[in-house]
Design a protein around this ligand. Sequence first.
Ligand code: NAD
Length: 456
Amino acid sequence: MTSTSDRIAALRASFDSGKTRPEKWRRQQLYQLMTMIEENETAINAALHADLGKSGFEARMTEVGTVLAEIEHTLSKLRSWMRPTRVSTPLSNQPGHSKVVHEPLGVVLIMAPWNYPFNLTLTPLIGAIAAGNCAALKPSEVSANTSALLARLIPAYLDTDAFAVFEGGPEISTELLEQRFDHVFFTGSENIGRIVMTAAAKHLTPVTLELGGKSPCIIAADSDLELAARRVAWGKFLNAGQTCIAPDYVMIDETVSDAFVGHMREAIRKFFGADPKASPDYPRLINERHFDRVSQLMEGGTVAVGGESDRAAKYIAPTLLTGVAPEAEVMREEIFGPVLPVMTYRSLDEAIGFITARPKPLALYVFAKSTEIQNEVIDRTSSGGACINDVVMHLAVPDLPFGGVGASGMGAYHGRASFDTFSHARAVLTKSEHLDVPLRYPPFSDTKLRWLKRLQ
Ligand code: NAD
């Protein structure tokens, strides 16, 4: 068995050979990735179902289809992204011209979580390929079926000189993090993010951290409550709430809270029937540990909708909690499950104050008809991304960078942002040999100084 360090050394040798640089190679790899997905969609769906009970529709919408769309977008833009960007050159450097060259970083490490195990391993990989890198991939051991499938498929379709999949848990992550990479792209929890950043610091390796947090959803009294409930129910119970940008909690005008809860109850019934456990469209929690964790969090309030659970089936019904104290555990940690606390506010100021007093979230949502309310919420808060009158969907706009801010992460990806994350913007100035203005050379004089001041 080849050691981790030997496998990384082999990737580095491939990068140094220059084979990943041509646009043609990058395109070939992206097409191969597309073929891999198209030829194996059934196996991918089966793995996602085995790991998370995801329906074929949900798998297509949030994993397979999203990755295919990212590949297509990247292929359509790749040439223009790779083209050096011309910038103007000041008089002091004339005759000459300046450009930014987008060069690959080298060998990058991509570490993925279990909640969208296919999408969150491959979407960063698309950026790494587009920018001309070699990559080591570390899918999550928790979503074991998808991890095993990726470990089998990737070497069968992509250039094995340039890409390697490492299966395993923290021990293999630790071994990988001891190696020197040119970039580490990590998606996962804040705690492990700290471990990753500390390990990367030893090699001065830059990191992108795609973390989580508690994404709030403000609902104003003037919003279309039925529509808001439908969209929130969709975004919250997608993947049984195990979505980094799921609305973590609702913060609603107290005058419409009861009506909203009623609309949510109705939306859940329409989506999943009277017994969501029997619905083929409603997923399961990933494992018993998370089932226990989320069950515990449900104790932080009064169950207004749902509340049923079955540990053996890793099932927790879509649940709404009311009467939740701000200091309850469910309002302190990221829920990452199908439980939605409904908090109320008396004034928009109070709602905004509640949010800004807490760490900056990955996403923030606001439902309101009034553009003043929409603008006020956006202007006075900060988050990785935001949606007005919807949830989660900002992720599906390829030209919007996706990433966190503050405690929810650093750096961004998707589309051009991915290409930039995995590239170095190298400054290149080309000077002419024909003219050499002597001003900068000693000996200096007052006359030279006067000229310098004029030119600067
Ligand atoms: P995690 O942090 O437990 O695991 C992520 C990766 O780190 C996995 O590959 C895992 O094997 C590895 N890992 C685990 N322990 C490690 C250790 N001690 N040392 C080194 N590596 C280790 O995260 P998770 O539970 O898989 O995912 C859930 C979290 O991810 C949530 O907080 C969620 O919000 C976040 N998330 C963020 C995004 C985003 O795009 N920002 C997307 C999905 C999930």
